[in-house]
Design a protein around this ligand. Structure first.
Ligand code: SD4
Length: 303
């Protein structure tokens, strides 16, 4: 249409990420510049407990970050289990642009960031530390779905796991994407979810479109989730049906094992069509058009 979809991203806070990404596009930035700028918004926000600064730690009290950035021309960079650096997405971009590799983990990723002038920071905020110490009393690991949407309770009491996945599209249908997260709260040290892996937490393909995921990463990884969504789009399914197909596959495969778990997929076709689908109600996403008009929408779900 005359006001095509330029950006889609996961959860309510996706609206602010989309706004930053659109500002970058309007200033002449590339799609990669845009998705990086968008991902940096929740990374810098200490009130978001599942991304960057203020993210909930692993069970040892360490905040470890996973992120990936990619475009539809085969450029990709990722980091996993990164510590002490707020902007994991920018380190992922360094991996993409400054190394011969596609992913660095842990100390290697941290060192790359520092070598390129990025500052270290303490990612564990007092609020997140308090939540972790409270969790230690029971130390029960039971990932729960977008719990802040479903259960009442003070902020910080929940296992909030709202990863940012963001897809950008130019007027001529070129695509890029970013995904950034601190992963599941109270995960084992060293655990890496779906988010930093191309084809799991994020995938874009030229002429087809892209997809990103949120929720319990293990369940996405089991089916190579976003690669599956994009493959369905390649085979002709609209984004919504492609997301639904992947969710149904998880449900079929896992049955009772995923009771109360959330997984959501969000997809954007190269033609600008949007779709989303989740296991459970509560998954929301933000759609921003080239004009800046933004809608927050609830995803359809299996349950
Ligand atoms: C993970 N998929 O690390 C991420 C968490 C997430 O919304 O998406 N939260 O498993």
């Amino acid at each position: 249409g005359s006001d095509p979809v330029a950006l889609v991203s996961t959860w309510d806070f996706g609206a602010a990420a989309n706004a930053a990404a659109l500002a970058r596009l309007n200033a002449g930035g590339s799609l990669i510049d845009a998705v990086e700028a968008g991902a940096r918004v929740p990374e810098a926000d200490p009130t978001n407990h599942s991304v960057g600064l203020g993210g909930y730690p692993d069970r040892d009290g360490r905040v470890t970050l996973d992120a990936v950035i990619m475009d539809d021309a085969g450029h990709i960079g990722a980091v996993a289990a990164l510590e002490d650096i707020i902007h994991a997405i920018s380190v992922a971009r360094l991996v993409m642009e400054k190394t011969p590799h596609t992913m660095l983990v842990g100390e290697g990723a941290r060192r790359l960031a520092i070598e390129h002038g990025m500052k270290t920071a303490k990612l564990l905020t007092p609020e997140a530390e308090k939540a972790w110490r409270a969790w230690l009393k029971t130390a029960q690991y039971k990932p729960q779905a977008n719990i802040e949407n479903q259960l009442p309770g003070p902020p910080g009491s929940a296992l909030n796991h709202d990863t940012l996945g963001l897809l950008a599209r130019s007027a001529d249908g070129r695509m890029a994407g970013a995904c950034t997260t601190s992963g599941m709260a109270y995960k084992m040290h060293g655990r890496v979810g779906d988010s930093p892996f191309a084809g799991h937490g994020l995938y874009v393909e030229r002429g087809i479109g892209g997809a990103t995921s949120t929720g319990v990463g293990e369940e996405v990884t089991r089916i190579v989730g976003t690669a599956r969504v994009v493959a369905s789009m390649r085979a002709g399914l609209p984004p919504q049906a492609a997301c639904r197909e992947a969710v149904e596959h998880i449900a079929r495969l896992r049955g009772d094992a995923i009771r109360e778990m959330q997984v959501g997929f969000l997809a954007l076709s190269a033609a600008g069509e949007v779709g989303a689908f989740a296991l459970l109600p509560g998954f929301t996403y933000a759609v921003t058009r080239l004009s800046g008009e933004t809608q927050l929408l609830p995803s359809d779900s299996l349950a």
